[in-house]
Design a protein around this ligand. Structure first.
Ligand SMILES: NC(=O)C1=CN([C@@H]2O[C@H](COP(=O)(O)OP(=O)(O)OC[C@H]3O[C@@H](n4cnc5c(N)ncnc54)[C@H](OP(=O)(O)O)[C@@H]3O)[C@@H](O)[C@H]2O)C=CC1
Ligand SMILES: O=C(O)C1=N[C@H](C(=O)O)C[C@H](O)C1
Length: 223
C-alpha cells in the first residue's frame, strides 16, 4: 500500500517505442516517481505482468491496443494516462472510478495553446483548414491532434496529412477571411516537448474527480 510521500510507481506500455523510451527516461529523471515496469512486445513483457506492481500506467502504444490496455489497468485498480492517438475512448466512459483515466491528444503545452487559439479564431473568421505533418512511422491519419482541433473549431474544417522522414510532429491551422489569412503553427521538434505534460498527468491522475478526463488543458487551466 502506498502513502503520501511515497514515490509514484509508474509502468510504461509501449516502453520500447519512440515515445515509450522518452517517457521511461523522463520518469527515471523525476524525483517523485519510480519506473516500476516496462511492457512492450520487443521487451517480451506483457502489460498484465507489470500491473500488480504499479500505481499508474502511461500508455503510448497503438490505436488498436490502447483501449484494451486501459481497461486492463482499470480492472486491476491502476490509474492510466493515455497518449496513444485515434483509439476508441467509448468503452472507458461511465466506469466506476477511481482508478482514473486521463487522455491527452497532445501533451505539448504549445500544441494545447494552438488548439485553443484556433478554436477562438474560428468563431470570428470565415473558414479554416488544418495541415498536420508527422514522421513517416506514424500509423494513423489524420493525427489525433488535428481531429481534436477540428472538433474544437466552428464549421467544417478539412484536414490535410503529410508524412515525411525528417518531421516529428507539426500542425498549421490556416484561417481565411476577406483580404486576410491567419496562420497558427506549432512544432514539436523533439519528443522531449511532451514530457512535462506527461509527468504532470502522472502526478494528477490519481486525484481526478471525474473519469475519463480528456485534454491537458484541464490540468493546466482548470482550478
Ligand atoms: N498524446 C501525445 O502527446 C502524443 C501521442 N503520440 C501517440 O503515441 C502512440 C505511440 O507513438 P510512437 O511511440 O511514435 O509509436 P511506436 O510505434 O514507436 O511505439 C509504440 C510501441 O508500442 C508497442 N506496443 C504495441 N502493442 C502493445 C501492447 N499491447 N502493449 C504494450 N506495448 C505495445 C509497439 O510494439 P510493436 O512495434 O512490436 O508492435 C511499439 O514498441 C501513437 O498513437 C502516437 O500517435 C505520440 C506522440 C505524442
Ligand atoms: O504520432 C505522433 O508522433 C504524434 N501523435 C499525436 C497525434 O496523433 O496527434 C500527437 C503528436 O502529434 C505526435
Amino acid at each position: 500500500m502506498t502513502s503520501a510521500g511515497d514515490p509514484i510507481r509508474v509502468g510504461v506500455a509501449g516502453a520500447a517505442g519512440r515515445m515509450g523510451q522518452t517517457v521511461c527516461r523522463a520518469i527515471e529523471g523525476a524525483e517523485d516517481m519510480v519506473l516500476a515496469g516496462r511492457a512492450d512486445p520487443a521487451l517480451g513483457v506483457e502489460l498484465g505482468e507489470i500491473l500488480g506492481d504499479v500505481d499508474v500506467v502511461v500508455d503510448f502504444t497503438q490505436p488498436d491496443t490502447a483501449t484494451a490496455n486501459a481497461l486492463a489497468c482499470v480492472r486491476a485498480g491502476v490509474h492510466v494516462v493515455i497518449g496513444t492517438s485515434s483509439f476508441d475512448l467509448e468503452p472507458l466512459r461511465g466506469l466506476d472510478h477511481p482508478p482514473n483515466v486521463f487522455f491527452a491528444p497532445n501533451f505539448a503545452i504549445g500544441a494545447v495553446l494552438m488548439m485553443r487559439y484556433a478554436a477562438e479564431a474560428s468563431r470570428v473568421m470565415k473558414r479554416a483548414e488544418i495541415i498536420e505533418l508527422h514522421h513517416d512511422g506514424k500509423l494513423d491519419a489524420p493525427s489525433g491532434t488535428a481531429a481534436r482541433t477540428a472538433e474544437m473549431m466552428q464549421g467544417d474544417v478539412p484536414i490535410h496529412s503529410v508524412r515525411l522522414p525528417g518531421l516529428v510532429a507539426h500542425q498549421e491551422v490556416i484561417l481565411g477571411d476577406v483580404g486576410q489569412t491567419l496562420t497558427i503553427r506549432h512544432d514539436s521538434v523533439d519528443r522531449e516537448s511532451f514530457m512535462p505534460g506527461v509527468l504532470l498527468a502522472v502526478r494528477r491522475v490519481g486525484s481526478l474527480t471525474e473519469s475519463p478526463v480528456v485534454g491537458l488543458e484541464h490540468l493546466l487551466f482548470d482550478s
